[in-house]
Ligand binder design. Structure first.
Ligand code: ADP
Ligand code: NA
Length: 338
C-alpha cells in the first residue's frame, strides 16, 4: 500500500523559527518524511492577512525554506514549496469559501481572539477567511477516493483543532453536494512534540508574537546571546531540579527542552541534577541547544548564500506540489461546473 500523506505548513512571519516551533513541530517534519509522502509548505499567502512589507516577506519565505532544509527536511523525498507558487491554493479557497457559512466562519475562536486584539478596523477579510485557505492547503493534497486506503494526516496542536474540524466538514460537504472528491484529513499529534514556554514567563507559550526577546530562543540566534538567555531563564527560589508544572513552571520547561533535545527521559534528568542546583543544569541545556542549532544555523547560511540553488529547489517543490494540486483542481472544476 502507498505511504500515507502528511501535509503541514508554517508561516514565514519572522526572521527565524524559534525553539518552540522546532520542538513542537518542525523536528517532527523531519522524522515524518521517513514514513509518509510529505508535503511541507511555507504559507506566504497566510502571512499577508496582516500588514506586511513585500521585500521582508520575500526574504522571510526563503529563510524559512532554508531553515527547513537545514533541519533535515530532504527536498528529494519531501515536497517543500512556497504556497504562492501553487495558484490552486487560492482557487480552491474561493470554491470552499462559497461552501462555508458566514456564521460558521465567525465561530472560529482564533479569528475571534486575533480580531479582538487588532480591533475591527484593522481586521481584514483575509484574516476572517484564513481557515478556509487553510482547508484548501490541506484538501488539494487529499488522496482521491478509491486511491487504496490512502489517508492524509495533518499534525495539529490544540489551537488548530477547530480549523481541521472545519476542513473535514468542508470536505464532507463538497463530497455530499458534488460527489466523492476528498478524503477528509485526519488530525494527529506527532510523537515527541513538546510544548515549550517562554523563558521569562514560563506559564505562557514561547511565541514570536507574544514573547519578549529574552523569553524566546531563535534557531538562527548567535551562540553568545543564546547561552545568556538560558542562563537567565526564570526558575524559582528553590534549588531542586524537579518536574512540577504547577509550582515550578520554569524548571519544568527547561526539563522538557533538555529531555526533547537529548532524548533523555525527564526522571533521569531529575536524578542527574539532584545535587547540582540550577547553574550546572542551565549550562548543560545551553550546550544542548547550541549543539542542535549551530549546525542548522551554519547550513541555513550556506543555503542562503546560493540563492539560485535554493530557488531551483523551491521551483522543483512547487512543480511537484502543483501536479498534485492541478489534478485535484481538475476534478473540482469539473464537478463545480466550470
Ligand atoms: P507562534 O506561536 O510563534 O506564532 P506559530 O503559531 O506560527 O508560532 O506556530 C508554528 C508551529 O509551531 C505550529 O505547529 C505550532 O504548534 C508550533 N509552536 C509554536 N510555538 C510553540 C511552542 N511554544 N511550543 C511548541 N510548539 C509550538
Ligand atoms: Na501563533
Amino acid at each position: 500500500a502507498a505511504a500515507p500523506r502528511v501535509l503541514s505548513g508554517i508561516q514565514p512571519t519572522a526572521d527565524s523559527f524559534h525553539l518552540g516551533n522546532y520542538l513542537g513541530a518542525l523536528r517532527q517534519w523531519v522524522s515524518l518524511q521517513d514514513t509518509h509522502e510529505a508535503f511541507y509548505c511555507v504559507v506566504d499567502l497566510h502571512a499577508i492577512t496582516v500588514e506586511h512589507d513585500p521585500e521582508v516577506l520575500r526574504r522571510r519565505s526563503k529563510v524559512a525554506a532554508a531553515q527547513l532544509l537545514a533541519m533535515g527536511v530532504d527536498p528529494e523525498r519531501a515536497t517543500v514549496f512556497v504556497q504562492s507558487q501553487v495558484p490552486e491554493h487560492a482557487e480552491l479557497a474561493w470554491v470552499l469559501g462559497c461552501l462555508t457559512g458566514f456564521g460558521e466562519a465567525g465561530r472560529m475562536t482564533q479569528f475571534k481572539d486575533k480580531s479582538a486584539k487588532q480591533g475591527q478596523s484593522n481586521t481584514t477579510v483575509g484574516l476572517f477567511t484564513y481557515p478556509i485557505l487553510q482547508a484548501a492547503d490541506i484538501l488539494l493534497y487529499s488522496p482521491e477516493p478509491g486511491d487504496g486506503e490512502r489517508v492524509l494526516r495533518v499534525p495539529v496542536g490544540e489551537d488548530q483543532r477547530q480549523h481541521l474540524e472545519l476542513t473535514r466538514t468542508l470536505a464532507n460537504r463538497f463530497n455530499h453536494r458534488f460527489g466523492d472528491t476528498f478524503v477528509p484529513p485526519e488530525a494527529f499529534i506527532p510523537e515527541g512534540a513538546a510544548k515549550i514556554t517562554d523563558l521569562q514567563e514560563p506559564t505562557a507559550k514561547m511565541s514570536k508574537s507574544a514573547s519578549s526577546p529574552q523569553g524566546i530562543i531563535d534557531v538562527l540566534e548567535e551562540p553568545g546571546p543564546m547561552r545568556k538567555k538560558i542562563m537567565r531563564a526564570v526558575t524559582d527560589t528553590g534549588t531542586e531540579v524537579v518536574y512540577d508544572e504547577e509550582n515550578k513552571a520554569g524548571v519544568t520547561n527547561l526539563l522538557r527542552i533538555f529531555s526533547a533535545l537529548e532524548g533523555t527521559p525527564i526522571p533521569d534528568l531529575e536524578k542527574r541534577y539532584a545535587d547540582s542546583g540550577y547553574g550546572q543544569f542551565k549550562k548543560d541545556i545551553a550546550q544542548a541547544v547550541l549543539d542542535t542549532f549551530t549546525p542548522i544555523r551554519e547550513r541555513t547560511r550556506e543555503l542562503l548564500a546560493d540563492e539560485a540553488e535554493l530557488d531551483r529547489l523551491l521551483a522543483l517543490g512547487a512543480e511537484r506540489a502543483g501536479k498534485v494540486a492541478a489534478r485535484t483542481m481538475d476534478t473540482v472544476r469539473e464537478r463545480v461546473g466550470f
